[in-house]
Design a protein around this ligand. Structure first.
Ligand code: T1G
Length: 704
């Protein structure tokens, strides 16, 4: 990526140098997160030069205004030519400064921000601060010395953990590791200045990370670490590049190590993966902004929640609110079901305590917020109700009728339905404006996605409140409109259709699962169906049988397998056979059943190329995504990408189905869809009008 000359700017200075006694205090104020944009870098360089040149300055403190120390390079600049001064140059100048430079850290010193701190000679932080190098989450590695300086300060093992995992580290732990020199209680600015004064008074030697050597905790530390991340980081490039860079810190002199880091960084910067992961970073933030609902729309105050139904979904949903410290009233129709739900919640917390990821005291606090009940009347004062009862319209309407009668005015009534029509449910109340869908994904206390479904009568402040609640309970909420299966399941249904068609045409469950696994999904459709339980898909198929196309009706492979009592992992067999550790093996009986089915259907089985399997499974979804966009069920393609990444395991390094389609080119997708229309019929393979229009105009979904 070529470098270009610094353009003249008119934006007001965001960095100032103030003298406090003999300390040069550099103050940076670049909201919202002091990202190290070109302007911030240039001004930081200038302030540093002035402080170094000032004869009455004995030491320099770097302090950021606002909510955080530098939160990293400005990610928006990565799609443009890099402009000097680059961050490596700035960090070099800080480290080479002849006077002590102290970083005063609060908030989250991340990426390039932490690299600036690592280039300083000393680092102090408030107790609530975090430091980290999350670049791998953007498909990158630290590119301004982080992979060379951090191992020299904390050792190779800790550096690998911090850089490859990307999760920020609390200040206290960073101090123990050796990355932070002191924790400042009280006012950070004054504490840092006092620390600087002490450094000068003690004539402390400047501690440059470059002069230290990286402690290697064992001959196989790199190989063992690579082994330990192989499964979790499967398909990602950046984590393995990071290992190479940290290895360079132990094998090469500092400056050569820096050059090696930069080479690896630049390779990733232009990579498809990083472009996809940067798209996801901004998409995760953009989904919070919803069309037609201004950012400052007042939201309703949610201090208490009720959950109806204590089954798998209900108990998981209840935990989301208990985890966020919000009291939950859990309602069931029988004591037995209620006890089972409460027991499930206790069991999950107990296993977290056993794993050490949760304190018993915290578990007790959360359980104390749970009020099990059999009485609707106990819901009269709650602010939000989430219904998670049996997936049947008549049952839903009955429940919403009861809620309408007992809940206070202004309470929000939400349904966790995965498919049913929210407008029809809302119409069964006298307050459809306060009704919407809040669709959680199983396991609800783990999966990040929350599909908030606004009905045609849902008022803006109810949608805005549901989005805010989603963020409060640690979810990635996406607002979608009403249609069959909303966004995720509607697109999934197309992929599932094609997967079953491919089975009867000649593919095997193993082949189809391998193709999607290799593409980057955590598992293929048939392994996933076995995990979720084939009986759920079977019940859904039976409820929709009359609406299915003739070929889908005739493709009754699922019926045949379920009629054998094979419901997947929970019965020890489904498409695969499972041992007591739930390890899957292929079962010749299933292949025989599929071959017999093809014969019965008069289909001559053929060898199906992996590429055809991939295209039919993905393009059927993408085409449906285009229709969802056309219909305005979502406002932007990125909403669909986030639904699939946080709800259905679409690989982050591919950016989501719509971003992926733009990457391979809509023209290519359209040509393939037209090819399958010829061979498989227009009923299943008619290109969406939006897809045709954009492809013919040489545009992508991101421009729609
Ligand atoms: N660049 C540009 N914009 C950023 C940004 C960044 N680094 N970080 C945040 N924003 C925007 C964000 O899009 C949002 O904008 C607003 O700031 C508030 O963010 C060379 C290569 C700091 C923990 O990966 O993790 O340094 O939506 O909603 O929840 O080695 O933002 O309002 O228009 O997320 O309080 C490494 C990324 C960069 C940190 C705050 N740094 N940021 O969370 O607010 S790569 C990161 C975060 C790098 C060097 C390399 C979080 C946060 P808008 P927000 P938040």
């Amino acid at each position: 990526m070529p470098r270009t000359k610094t353009p003249a700017t008119t934006t007001p200075a965001t960095t100032t140098l103030r003298k406090v006694g003999r300390i040069g205090l550099i103050i940076v104020d670049h909201p919202p997160v002091n990202a190290l944009s070109q302007v911030a870098r240039r001004e930081l360089g200038e302030a540093l030069a002035a402080a170094v040149a000032a004869t009455d300055v004995a030491a320099i403190v770097l302090w950021c205004a606002g909510r955080t120390f530098f939160a990293g390079a400005d990610i928006r600049e990565f799609d443009k030519p890099l402009v000097e001064p680059g961050l490596p140059e700035i960090t070099q100048r800080i480290e080479d400064a002849p006077k002590p430079v102290i970083a005063a850290i609060h908030g989250t010193a991340l990426g390039g921000g932490f690299e600036v701190a690592l280039a300083c000679h000393f680092r102090v932080a408030v107790p609530s601060a975090y430091v980290g190098l999350p670049e791998v989450k953007l498909g990158l590695i630290p590119g301004a010395g982080g992979t060379q300086r951090l191992p020299r300060l904390v050792g190779v093992a800790a550096a690998l953990q911090i850089i490859v995992d990307g999760t920020p580290v609390p200040a206290a732990k960073a101090q123990v590791l050796g990355a932070i020199d002191a924790i400042v209680e009280g006012d950070l600015m004054n504490g840092a200045i006092a620390f600087a004064e002490q450094v000068v008074a003690d004539r402390r030697q400047l501690r440059r990370a470059r002069d230290l050597s990286a402690k290697v905790e064992g001959p196989n530390v790199f190989a063992e670490f690579e082994q330990s991340i192989a499964r979790k980081q499967r398909g990602f490039l950046a984590p393995f590049y990071a290992i190479k860079a940290v290895r360079a810190a132990t094998e090469l002199p500092f400056d050569e190590g820096l050059r090696r880091e930069r080479e690896l960084f630049m390779e990733l910067l232009d990579s498809q993966q990083s472009k996809a992961q940067r798209h996801v970073f901004f998409a995760e933030r953009a989904v919070a902004r919803i069309s037609g609902v201004p950012d400052l729309t007042p939201t309703r105050d949610i201090q208490s929640v009720a959950v109806l139904g204590a089954g798998t979904m209900g108990s998981g949903i209840a935990m989301c609110f208990l985890n966020a410290g919000i009291p939950v009233t859990l309602l069931e129709t029988s004591q037995e079901n209620l006890d089972r739900g409460v027991h499930t919640i206790r069991k999950i917390y107990a296993s977290s305590v056993a794993k050490g990821s949760l304190q018993q005291k915290e578990t007790d606090r959360r359980m104390s917020l749970l009020q099990p009940t059999l009485a609707y009347d106990d819901l009269r004062d709650v602010d939000l109700v989430i219904e998670a009862v049996f997936e049947d319209m008549a049952v839903k309407k009955d429940v919403f009728g009861k809620l309408d009668a007992v809940c206070k005015t202004g309470a929000i009534l939400a349904s966790n339905t995965s498919y049913l029509n929210i407008d029809e449910i809302a119409a069964s109340t006298t307050r459809p404006q306060d009704v919407l869908g809040m669709h959680f994904f199983s396991p609800a206390n783990v999966m990040k996605l929350l599909e908030n479904v606004r009905g045609e009568r849902t008022v803006p402040d109810v949608s805005a409140t549901a989005m805010k609640v989603g963020k409060t309970i640690g979810k990635v909420p996406v607002l979608v409109g009403v249609c069959d299966g909303f966004v995720g399941n509607r697109m999934l249904a197309k992929r599932t259709r094609e997967a079953y068609f491919l089975l009867e045409e000649g593919a095997t469950p193993q082949q189809i699962d391998r193709v999607l696994y290799d593409f980057g999904f955590p598992m293929g459709p048939f392994a996933m169906a076995d995990l979720a339980g084939l009986d759920i898909g079977w019940r859904n198929r039976k409820s929709k049988l009359e609406r299915l196309s003739p070929r889908e009706k005739a493709n009754n492979l699922l019926d045949k397998i379920c009629e054998l009592g094979r419901f997947g992992q929970k019965t020890g067999a489904g498409f695969y056979r499972y041992d007591d550790k739930r390890a899957a093996t292929s079962d010749p009986l299933i292949l025989e059943l599929i071959i017999a089915h093809s014969q019965e259907r008069g289909i001559t089985r053929r060898a199906i190329p992996d590429q055809e399997i991939l295209e039919r499974c993905l393009y059927s979804m993408i085409n449906e995504g285009a229709k969802i966009l056309e219909e305005g069920i979502v406002a932007r393609p990125l909403d669909i990408d986030i639904v699939w990444i946080h709800g259905f395991g679409f690989p982050t390094y591919r950016g989501g189905p719509m971003f992926y389609a733009d990457e391979i080119g809509l023209k290519t997708v359209l040509e393939a869809i037209r090819k399958y229309r010829e061979s498989l019929g227009a009923e299943y393979w008619t290109p969406a009008a939006l897809l045709e229009k954009l492809a013919e105009q040489g545009r992508g979904f991101d421009s729609s």
